[in-house]
Design a protein around this ligand. Structure first.
Ligand code: GLY
Length: 353
């Protein structure tokens, strides 16, 4: 088998493979019955992965992550006579892996599942680590479990078909890992972004050198996530580090109506400013971190009203006793958890305007 990583948790072993999805799927499914789950966009781009009789095709985006769609999927699995041996294969972006993982965790008290993430964001984050979920109205991921997929296949060829905005959005997660890990991942990410500046996502995907560099970065970032989740699958401590830039990012995403990864980049900038003030991140390190974010070429300016951002933080599902576990950096590659009141965040947001 081509290159792989193993995520070992108390209850499961998940294999993360890097290479050609079409070649790896045959080996990993090994003749078992499976049902493919995807969305309309991915299914029309890659019809070779879907047998109309044994697929569930969802509407694109967050519209898939509803209880109604889950019920529809359960009914289809029932009608198709699926049993405990059926594997669910999610092929698509983060909404598809979130949905497939949730249906697999709950139908017949648990089916195996595997993922073929087709977006940069899903390859780096959503499909790795076992979090799944659906939305409750506008409240994202309120219903879900943590349960590992049997396998994840990370094939960078899918990135060539990504719309430019979707590609840049994925870079937000890559920046997060670079800041969390520091060292060579930080430097290699910065070099990649500098070389990629001003080039289109399609151009980068067609350039073999750039594509290989990105594949190496994805592997390194996924290895960071595998290590963190392997140590704390249920987010009691160090898995919270993966929320760097996300506490504010989620609020910005909702208020500014921008893609997740672009909101995370703004959230990362705020986390750096906050870390400099409250977590001992020194000025030189903070400036290096800001340079990395600037190299992404993305808008770093907060456009949402700070009061509204802080208001949304009060409803954050991770808030306990009026404080959030805000993720800071005490140095590049050294994340720390700082219990923080939304008012402190509001104060710094207003000062930085
Ligand atoms: N997306 C953050 C995590 O998987 O914990």
């Amino acid at each position: 088998m081509s290159e792989s990583l193993i995520l070992e948790t108390a209850g499961a072993t998940s294999t993360l493979c890097f290479g050609s999805a079409s070649a790896l799927l045959g080996q990993l499914i090994a003749g078992r019955e499976y049902i493919a789950i995807s969305d309309q966009n991915v299914a029309s781009l890659y019809p070779e992965y879907f047998d109309a009789q044994r697929s569930i095709i969802l509407p694109p985006g967050e519209a898939a992550k509803t209880l109604q769609q889950v019920e529809m999927a359960y009914e289809r699995l029932y009608a198709l006579g699926c049993d405990r041996s059926t594997l669910l294969l999610g092929v698509g972006g983060g909404t598809v892996s979130d949905f497939t993982g949730f249906v697999a965790a709950t139908y017949l008290r648990g089916l195996s599942c595997g993922f073929v993430p087709t977006t940069l964001l899903a390859q780096l984050d959503a499909a790795v680590g076992g979090k799944n979920g659906i939305n409750l109205g506008t409240a994202k991921n309120m219903i879900g479990t943590i349960r590992q997929p049997e396998f994840v296949i990370i094939d960078s060829h899918f990135l060539a078909s990504l719309p430019a905005l979707e590609f840049t959005s994925g870079l937000g997660e890559l920046l997060k890992y670079a800041l969390l890990e520091g060292g060579t991942l930080f430097e290699a990410t910065q070099e990649y972004l500098q070389a990629a500046a001003g080039r289109s996502a399609a151009g980068l995907a067609e350039d073999a050198v750039a594509a290989n560099r990105l594949s190496a970065l994805i592997r390194a970032a996924v290895a960071v996530k595998v290590r963190i989740v392997g140590n704390d699958e249920f987010e009691r401590g160090s898995r919270k580090f993966l929320n760097l830039g996300h506490t504010l990012g989620h609020a910005i995403e909702l208020l500014e109506g921008i893609p997740h990864g672009l909101a995370v980049i703004k959230g990362l900038l705020f986390a750096i400013n906050f870390s400099e003030r409250y977590a001992g991140l020194d000025t030189v390190a903070a400036a290096r971190c800001r340079q990395l974010l600037t190299a992404s070429g993305q808008d770093l300016q907060l456009r949402a009203d700070p009061e509204k951002v802080a208001g949304l933080l009060l409803h954050d599902k991770k808030m306990g006793r009026n404080k959030l576990d805000f993720i800071c950096l005490s140095a590049v590659g050294r994340p720390v958890i700082r219990p923080t009141a939304p008012e402190e965040i509001l104060d710094l947001l207003q000062r930085s305007r």
